[in-house]
Write a protein that binds this ligand. Structure first.
Ligand code: PMP
Length: 404
């Protein structure tokens, strides 16, 4: 069978994520890994999940938990999310929310909803690898989103037309982005809304890490600012992608997208066609756990991750040679390191695993144009302070050696 001859053109851009391939190599216990951007499993609220699962499967409840359900998602969970969004300045109700199988599915659906081949998606340089992966299937052109930059709408529009399409959306993680850990300030969010208005495009706000702030002042979500400007959620252009993956647990695959009903309705039809609905049981369990302990649990993990972030920043200051710089995130799971010019993160990783038994993700994969190879992403979510110090000491030693 010549599979290549029967595959759709769009499959040409599907490729294995560098991170996933890498994670497979990292089971070896002697390697200190800062590679996987995953929550620490030791912090999962597993007791609350056990209780919730038992209740969901009890005699009176099992039939509903095991049955098909509506594509929009489990109503009590959407009500809980709408109330939670309200606390973040996003005045909405359950009809503004679609439950998805992780926020990753929302990114796929939004790519499918907006992008025809050759259309332009604005993304940061660098950006979340999984977003590029989700959008790639719809064959977009990427252009660099510079918030607060000197590019006007006309520049973006002209480039998009040059590629035979139009700009459809700007995608970003405004809080503690993956991979940089950086946050877009209020002025940047307002500037982005101006740009989106001038281009008349959607904004996809990836809020996967928004709840994980460790210090600094909270900045309103872009959707909240959009609502304030436009006079209500039904008039907004922002689609907010939320997730329980970083706050409760990623294995149940429960996320959501929130926005104007006109768009949510179309996404509901997409969900219906793709997988009917997210797992009923998982939604019910998530609802019960969120109601039982969301705030207390988020406070617990914030404290744990904050200590690890502090440990990694201190270790970087202690062990990195001159010429290396890094971000100082106010939340999330990542620190982004820029190596001396000419040093390549991917080459360094091979040496790091072999010679120093330490791992990270090379930065190049996060650039839609494959540029800036002298960068890398470190995740501090899964290691204790002593391990972080040891791993960063190993990495600093290697970089100093390679730079010499
Ligand atoms: N957005 C960002 C920025 C992420 O880092 C991740 C997970 N790594 C996701 C979305 C997807 O998360 P999930 O599908 O588990 O909600």
């Amino acid at each position: 069978m010549q599979w290549q001859d029967v595959l759709a053109d769009r499959t040409a851009r599907l490729k294995a994520s560098e991170i996933r391939e890498l994670l497979k190599l990292l089971d070896r216990p002697d390697i200190i890994s800062f590679a996987g951007g995953i929550p620490d499993a030791r912090l999962f609220p597993d007791e609350a999940f056990r209780t919730a699962a038992a209740e969901a499967l009890s005699a009176g409840s099992a039939a509903a938990a095991l049955q098909y359900s509506i594509s929009e998602g489990y109503r009590p969970l959407r009500d809980w999310i709408a109330a939670e969004m309200g606390r973040n300045g996003i005045d909405c109700d359950a009809d503004n929310i679609l439950i998805t199988s992780g926020s990753q599915q929302a990114l796929d659906y939004l790519g499918k909803l907006f992008l025809s081949p050759g259309d332009t998606a604005l993304v940061g340089w660098p950006t979340y690898l999984g977003a590029l992966g989700a959008f790639n299937a719809y064959e977009p052109v990427y252009d660099q989103l510079v918030v607060n930059g000197n590019q006007g709408a006309a520049d973006y529009r002209a480039r998009a037309e040059g590629h035979g399409g139009r700009v459809k959306f700007a995608y970003l993680s405004a809080d503690f982005a993956n991979p940089t850990g950086e946050t877009v300030d209020l002025q940047g969010r307002e500037a982005l809304l101006d740009l989106a208005r001038d281009l008349d495009i959607a904004i996809i706000e990836d809020a996967a890490y928004q709840a994980l702030r460790y210090d600094g002042a909270e900045v309103p979500p872009i959707l909240a600012l959009d609502i304030a400007r436009s006079g209500g959620i039904e008039h907004t252009r922002t689609l907010y992608c939320g997730s329980f993956s970083k706050t409760l647990a990623p294995g149940l695959r429960v996320g959501w997208v929130c926005g104007a009903r006109e768009v949510i309705g179309r996404l509901v039809l997409m969900k219906q066609a793709a997988d009917l609905h997210s797992a009923t049981f998982n939604q019910i369990v998530t609802d019960r756990v969120a109601r039982a302990c969301f705030d207390a649990h988020v406070a617990t993990i914030r404290a744990a991750y904050k200590a690890r972030r502090d440990a990694m920043l201190a270790a970087l200051a202690r062990h990195m040679p001159g010429g290396v710089t890094w971000t100082r995130p106010e939340g999330g799971m990542f620190i982004w390191v820029t190596l001396p010019r000419g040093m390549d993160g991917a080459t360094l990783l091979a040496r790091a695993i072999e010679a120093e038994r330490v791992a990270f993700v090379p930065g190049r994969a996060f650039y839609a144009d494959g540029s800036n190879g002298n960068t890398l992403r470190l995740s501090f979510s899964c290691a204790d302070a002593a391990t972080i110090d040891e791993g960063i000491a190993r990495l600093g030693r290697l970089i100093a050696h390679e730079a010499a």
